[in-house]
Design a protein around this ligand. Structure first.
Ligand SMILES: [Zn+2]
Length: 370
């Protein structure tokens, strides 16, 4: 069966299921796309809108017709598609007077902004407006489609308002809820929608996509894919220059700690890293990739260099040199780091946590001299 979602990478379960439902004309009008962030859920929802609204008589979506051209993730202009995000109440109130559908919406930007502002929610008034939109006759195509991104950020009031429409949608309506927290949706919403699960994308699929479709050099594609943790969005968004700069600093520190074993350095540098503010989370993630790679090098030294298992492939020889020293510290070091990442996300004492991480790298005083 020809896939109706040719641009979606590494989600065979979701796209094949949707393709089957669409081909047999039995698509459930209320869907929940759920799974990790950055794996293509919103992109798939947009692609679904194209399939449903494409004006071509032959292969859909054609990508060429007037409808297809106006359903674009970077510039949504189609009057029969609404995509709703968590947003700021005061902005919404200001913008309400503006005529609807006159400006193209950049969905990726709107999504990123909603992610950056975790206190925003999907507004009750926006949901009310969207329900009215679904009940109106579509202005051009056969369908009116509402997509609610980060749907778990709908307050109960808004979710309850949607329930009736989910139960008895107008014949022309389709509704897609997109969420990374399926179980944070209220059960009555979940039970009325068909769940479409998304998963982390295999590293090789991301690397192939970056190289083939985005014309990224294979080596860089491999590095981006390895660092993305299975999230194609993260692979594309990564600021590689900034990442490399921080990684160099952190690897230098790991080298120094593993070689010199000076607690004073650990404590002093922990303070600097902890003060890094927003980049702390990123720094610890980089440390994690370095430690995992050291573990891999230590476990399979003969495979170092060009081994695709490493995330930081370009550092293979430097990592291999350190792997032996790290091996003795590995279980504790990795455990400390995981605990710190977790605790910092829950707002622990940054400096003490980073200190633990760095002290965990010091050679054991009772162990063999290095
Ligand atoms: Zn088309």
């Amino acid at each position: 069966m020809r896939s109706l979602f040719p641009g979606i990478v590494g989600q065979p379960r979701a796209t094949e299921g949707l393709t089957r439902s669409l081909s047999s004309g039995r698509l459930c009008p209320s869907l929940v796309f759920h799974g990790p962030t950055g794996v293509g859920k919103l992109a798939t929802a947009v692609a679904l809108c194209r399939v449903l609204l494409c004006g071509s008589g032959a292969e859909r979506p054609c990508g060429q017709c007037r409808a297809c051209r106006r359903i674009d993730e970077r510039a949504l202009l189609h009057p029969d598609v609404r995509v709703v995000f968590p947003e700021k109440l005061s902005e919404f109130e200001k913008g309400e007077a503006a005529p609807e559908g006159t400006a193209a919406t950049d969905l990726q930007e709107a999504q990123a902004e909603a992610v950056r502002n975790p206190v925003w929610s999907v507004l009750m008034d926006r949901i009310r407006q969207s329900i009215a939109f679904l009940h109106r006759r579509p202005s051009e195509g056969p369908r009116a489609i509402l997509v609610v991104d980060q749907a778990h950020r709908m307050p109960a009031e808004a979710a309850n308002a949607l329930l009736k429409t989910l139960e008895e949608p107008p014949a022309h309506a389709a509704l897609v809820l997109v969420t990374s927290s399926y179980h944070a949706l209220i059960p009555t919403i979940r039970s009325r929608c068909q769940a479409v699960p998304f998963q982390l994308v295999p590293r090789s699929a991301i690397a192939d996509h970056l190289a083939a479709r985005r014309s990224i050099e294979p080596q860089e594609a491999e590095l981006r894919a390895g660092l993305s943790g299975g999230r194609i969005g993260a692979a594309l968004d990564l600021d590689l220059a900034e990442f490399s700069r921080r990684r160099e600093v952190l690897l230098g520190l790991v080298e120094e700690l593993l070689r010199r074993g000076d607690p004073g350095i650990a404590v002093a540098r922990a303070e600097g890293i902890a003060r890094g503010g927003e980049s702390l989370d990123g720094d610890l993630e980089i440390l994690m990739t370095l430690q995992r790679d050291l573990l891999v090098c230590g476990a399979a030294p003969q495979r170092q260099g060009g081994d695709a298992v490493l995330v930081n492939l370009d550092l293979a020889s430097r990592l291999a040199e350190l792997a032996d020293r790290f091996a003795a510290r590995a279980p504790e070091a990795i455990e400390n780091l995981e605990a710190a990442i977790d605790a910092i996300r829950r707002k622990g004492n940054r400096q003490l946590l980073v200190e633990d991480v760095l002290l965990g790298l010091l050679p054991d005083p009772a162990g063999p001299p290095s």
